[in-house]
Ligand binder design. Structure first.
Ligand code: ASP
Length: 355
């Protein structure tokens, strides 16, 4: 405990010195009230993590508050006026549908304020892609909504959080990012929510968009966007989660050689829908085909392969729906939202071709 207090104190002193040095170097040239207002919604993750000074592993994610994170990056003050909201402070594996709904509700409410230019969400990288895709389908604004995080805790040597946070605020404050759907800013690159995924458990270049690629770059605070998301999002999305407390339950099952088909029956009994991470183009064993063909709940077929496409022609069971290029975890989000509207096969098939 004493050791933890010492570590946090050392970190705070370090931040204070950095802040003072930076203020002395840059001066305070900005007139208050003339900058765009960006709301920072903090949820935890490694970016708010604290560990042994200098070390990059064995830390506690979701420890520092939004205020402390912002205090560590005084350069943000030159870019935007910030309102900080601590939504939760968790390892992102503990993010829940309830937290997603709170984020969507908060953004939708604050986006109506003409003073607010955009939003930044600090988030753990493990499930960042899921939160980003959920918000991409549920926020009703064209104002920038940008997620960021880090791979190294705040107390690590060469922590990547401060620059990521700075760049995320620059994107959220930028006109370039308006109408682009929910974005992720990480290690100088800008990704769109539908295609972004975590690809490394250790590298600071942990985020990728696979075949789709990044859609832009941030460099010294300048924002360059080159591509636009092609699928429906934000204002064009048909999903309305206002007033909801929870979402339908969808389970994701991963096929591997000899995988027990009883898992399917168990999951189907306890879920409103299933997503299968099949092998190759969404395939699985005869034993799984037999059980899946009999299931009475919606079943979406995705792949355990990162890049690729599942089309109707690939499906081994007639009662299933192809996930298109959505990963299993993102297909689960689209299915959870879809089930709020309609569970028919026709509706779901058409939906997975549009989002
Ligand atoms: N386990 C951490 C989280 O997702 C990892 C990270 O933030 O990079 O909260």
């Amino acid at each position: 405990m004493k050791r933890m207090i010492l570590v946090v104190l050392t970190f705070i002193i370090l931040l204070a010195v950095t802040a003072a040095l930076s203020e002395a170097a840059t001066g305070d040239a900005t007139v208050p009230g003339t900058k765009p207002k960006v709301v920072v919604l903090a949820t935890g993750g490694t970016i708010a993590g604290v560990g042994d000074p200098g070390k990059i592993s064995g830390y506690q994610p979701g420890t520092l508050t939004a205020e402390t994170l912002l205090w560590g990056v005084p350069e943000i003050d030159e870019v935007a006026d910030i309102e900080a909201i601590q939504v939760c402070n968790v390892n992102s594996d503990d993010i829940t549908a309830e937290i997603w709904l709170t984020l969507a509700e908060t953004i939708n409410r604050l986006a109506a304020d003409p003073e607010v230019a955009g939003f930044v969400i600090t988030h753990g990288t493990d499930t960042m892609e899921e939160t980003a895709y959920f918000l991409n389908l549920t926020v009703k604004t064209d104002k920038p909504v940008v997620l960021t995080g880090s791979m190294r805790p705040a107390t690590a040597l060469s922590a990547d959080g401060p620059l990521n946070l700075y760049e995320a605020v620059c994107v959220a404050a930028s006109d370039e990012a308006i109408g682009q759907g929910v974005l992720i800013v990480f290690s100088d690159q800008i990704y769109s929510a539908r295609s972004m995924t975590k690809v490394s458990t250790y590298s600071v270049m942990a985020i990728s968009a696979g075949e789709a690629g990044d859609i832009g770059i941030v460099r010294d605070g300048n924002v360059y966007i080159y591509e636009h998301p092609g699928r429906k999002h934000t204002l064009a999305s048909e999903f309305d989660v206002s007033g909801l407390q929870t979402l339908p339950k969808v389970s994701v099952l991963y096929f591997s050689v000899d995988a027990d088909p009883e898992l399917l029956r168990y999951a189907a009994e306890h879920s409103d829908g299933l997503v299968i991470a099949g092998a190759g183009a969404g395939e699985f064993s005869k034993a799984w085909i037999d059980v899946i063909s009999e299931l009475q709940i919606p079943v979406v077929i995705s792949s355990r392969i990162d890049d690729g496409l599942i089309m109707k022609d690939n499906l081994l069971c007639k009662n299933t729906i192809a996930a298109d290029t959505l990963s299993p975890q993102k297909a689960a989000i689209l299915l959870r939202l879809a089930l709020l509207n309609d569970s028919s096969q026709e509706y779901l098939e058409e939906l997975f071709l549009r989002y």
